[in-house]
Design a protein around this ligand. Structure first.
Ligand code: AKG
Ligand code: FE2
Length: 312
């Protein structure tokens, strides 16, 4: 069994280069890293977890008021079986909510990034989900400082490319599976994430697996106080493949766990929509495989069509 060794974030505070090396090597080896001793307050996580459970417990017609197919479901609710893994016809057995970045009035990014709808039925949903968004946004930016050092770039190299990033906090609900499920459907089909990096705090139920390059599926779950981080396609493309965006999936529950729902909350850290995904010179020199430059916004649109969130 391949296991990913946790790396303490305390090391970042003591020795940035040493942390960057361990973190980057884990990314390079598996596309994943487990970071313990993260800086996100437990109370913020707990409140967001409660907010998610309260939201998904609302009646279906109430939740659907918050769905925005026109915007590719990039904000608000995506009903059960809306998204499919790239290339798969069967939709995943999940519903989810997306909280996006809060932009100030007059921000030019308002042209391509919508506001997150406010949930009228739940008093603290907006603030509790926003608080977790802000924490993950900050922590993710710190982790990218380490990635920059690993790639021999200036520590703040990603800063002006992510400071208004189109990042989303996805609250996921995989309902219990006590009834027979549609043939061939799983909680989340094998896929790669679109964004730069994904931050994933622990889920209550098992099921997440990542595919090691040996072909073996590795079980992944963040231990208490840790966050799982993985490379997405945008970072893979910027590093000319040096850091791999690793395929992962969420299996259906075992019969004993079928009556339990699964909740999870990945934070997809995105580039600013107008940032260029251009191969980093140093990565190309190390033998990477460069692809043409594209803006993050155009790349995102291409990918949302592939996974069925935007209808072409
Ligand atoms: O449910 C999870 O833990 C992960 C979900 C996931 O990989 C995704 O939504 O991209
Ligand atoms: Fe994913």
């Amino acid at each position: 069994m391949i296991k990913i060794e946790p790396i303490s974030f305390n090391l970042w505070k003591e020795d940035k280069e040493a942390f960057a090396k361990k973190f980057g090597d884990s990314f390079r080896e598996t596309g994943f890293a487990v970071i313990s001793d993260h800086t996100i307050p437990e109370a913020v996580i707990d409140k967001a977890d409660d907010a998610a459970k309260d939201f998904f417990a609302l009646p279906e017609d109430v939740k659907r008021q918050y769905a925005d197919p026109e915007d590719g479901h990039q904000r608000g609710h995506s009903p059960f079986m809306t998204e499919n893994a790239k290339g798969k016809s069967q939709a995943d057995l999940k519903e989810f909510w997306h909280t996006g970045r809060a932009l100030p009035e007059g921000s030019p990014y308002r042209k391509t990034m919508k506001d997150t709808p406010s949930v009228r039925e739940l008093d603290t949903f907006d603030e509790d989900t926003r608080a977790l968004y802000e924490e993950l946004d900050k922590f993710g930016a710190d982790l990218l400082r380490a990635v920059a050092l690993y790639l021999d770039l200036k520590e703040d190299w990603f800063e002006d490319k992510i400071n208004v990033g189109n990042s989303i906090l996805r609250l996921l609900h995989y309902p219990p599976q006590t009834e027979p499920q549609p043939e061939g459907s799983v909680r989340a089909g094998a896929h790669e994430d679109i964004n730069l990096i994904t931050l994933l705090l622990g889920a209550e139920e098992a099921g997440l697996q990542a595919k090691h390059r040996s072909g073996e599926w590795m079980d992944i779950n963040a231990p208490e106080g840790a966050v799982v981080v993985n490379v997405g396609d945008m970072l893979q493309r910027m590093t000319a493949g040096l850091l791999p965006s690793t395929t992962h999936r969420v299996l259906n529950p075992s019969p004993e766990r079928a009556k339990f729902p699964r909740y999870s909350k990945p934070f997809f850290l995105h580039l600013n929509n107008d940032a260029m995904i251009t191969p980093i010179e140093g990565c190309v020199e190390k033998g990477g495989n460069p692809e043409p430059a594209i803006t993050a916004g155009d790349y995102l649109t291409e990918r949302l069509i592939e996974i069925g969130l935007i209808k072409a």
